[in-house]
Design a protein around this ligand. Structure first.
Ligand SMILES: *[C@@H]1O[C@H](CO)[C@@H](O)[C@H](O)[C@H]1NC(C)=O
Ligand SMILES: *[C@@H]1O[C@H](CO)[C@@H](O)[C@H](O)[C@H]1NC(C)=O
Ligand SMILES: *[C@@H]1O[C@H](CO)[C@@H](O)[C@H](O)[C@H]1NC(C)=O
Length: 332
């Protein structure tokens, strides 16, 4: 006769009716244990992406982790875009992977965790390709340099990746002050060179208000890629009036802006009197305060839409996460 706790309880149960509660308590205890185990599994799913990582035994040329030489180690990125530095480690097993910035020996990430107070840095694993990738968002010029991918073996193994940052140039062709007679068509040319990525759009601003080409007989906006690394934006103002004077700036989606001062001279007055044409420059463009308010709102829309999208994505992830973890549990 096995004499485990349950049997003991049942035995006692027969001996004395008062002890029957003992068996019932054991069942509750077991149920609670199962529930706790399940909870721990679900919670750890969020941290490590599924159960504990196991150590495997490897046979072949390498018995432990090794860097796959096929991954690129010289990455070139454009200022303001996202850079992805790959670290392809085969047979990683349960070893941790850290990214370290050579410049100041700062530890950026260890596995999925970021150890720098700069949210632009993040590391993630693509299991299908055994690649731990360091993502650097909105790359700045000072991010250029060498990054070290370190595997937590004994002794440690290191792989170095060079990050180059290219800074495109932007300018409006011609002098910084442009004088034209009223009624004479003006063409402003904004040239972007040394760009790896073509801007998605180029916005033009007149005294900080978006210029839109509602009426193509008044104003026209064009954009053209003239060479692999060169884009030209064009703003054409047909029949400019004095109130069209002011600061015009060309602002591509992914770069700083360039600007020019336009002075529209009415025929009768001498050029000297047109300097500091405050009243004209302050007027809304192309027409009316209502239109200018609408333009300002339009200029604000893209970042706001992005924030909403990001929130929606987070919400979707939050909803999906438990479902995904449960699926994994069900499969086991
Ligand atoms: C990896 O697994 C081995 C063997 O199970 C264990 O000794 C070691 O502590 C583990 N290392 C990490 C970083 O979890
Ligand atoms: C890395 O790439 C950049 C840009 O393509 C190039 O100028 C540089 O010479 C390369 N460096 C090495 C070490 O290959
Ligand atoms: C024109 O506007 C741009 C963008 O607001 C600004 O950076 C620049 O300094 C202005 N130029 C002048 C001459 O006011």
């Amino acid at each position: 006769m096995r004499f485990v706790a349950t049997d003991f309880c049942l035995y006692q149960c027969e001996v004395s009716r008062r002890m029957c509660a003992c068996a019932w308590r054991l069942h509750v205890f077991t149920a609670a244990l199962v529930l706790a185990a399940h909870l721990i599994k679900v919670l750890s799913c969020g941290e490590a992406g599924g159960g504990p990582r196991l150590t495997k035994r490897y046979v072949g040329l390498y018995t432990g982790p090794y860097f796959d030489p096929s991954a690129p180690n010289n990455i070139t990125t454009q200022l303001g875009t996202h850079a992805y530095l790959p670290c392809k480690v085969r047979q990683l097993s349960n070893k941790s992977v850290s990214w370290i910035r050579r410049r100041d020996a700062h530890i950026l990430t260890v596995d999925r965790f970021t150890f720098i107070a700069d949210e632009r840095f993040q590391a993630f694993l693509v299991e299908a390709t055994d690649t731990w990738t360091l993502q650097v968002k909105y790359v700045q010029a000072r991010d250029a340099g060498v990054y070290e991918c370190q595997v937590g073996t004994e002794p440690k193994m290191s792989h170095f990746v060079q990050l180059n940052v290219v800074v495109p140039k932007i300018e409006i062709v011609g002098e910084s002050d442009l004088y034209v007679k009223a009624g004479t068509t003006v063409s402003l040319k904004c040239v972007i060179t040394q760009a790896l990525e073509e801007p998605a759009y180029i916005f033009w601003y007149h005294n900080d208000e978006r210029v839109l080409n509602y009426d193509k007989s008044l104003v026209e906006i064009r954009m053209e890629r003239v060479a692999p690394d060169t884009t030209v934006g064009n703003l054409i103002i047909y029949s400019p009036r004095r109130e069209d004077s002011g600061n015009y700036s060309c602002s591509p989606s992914n770069l700083d802006s360039a600007s020019v001062m336009l002075h529209v001279l009415s025929g009768e007055q001498p050029a000297a009197m047109q300097h500091g044409n405050g009243a004209g420059a302050a007027r809304a463009w192309p027409a009316g305060a209502g239109a200018s308010a609408a333009l300002a709102a339009g200029a604000l829309a893209p970042p706001r839409a992005r924030t909403v999208l990001r929130l929606l994505l987070l919400l979707a992830l939050a909803l999906l996460y438990p479902v995904l973890c449960h699926d994994e549990d069900d499969g086991k």
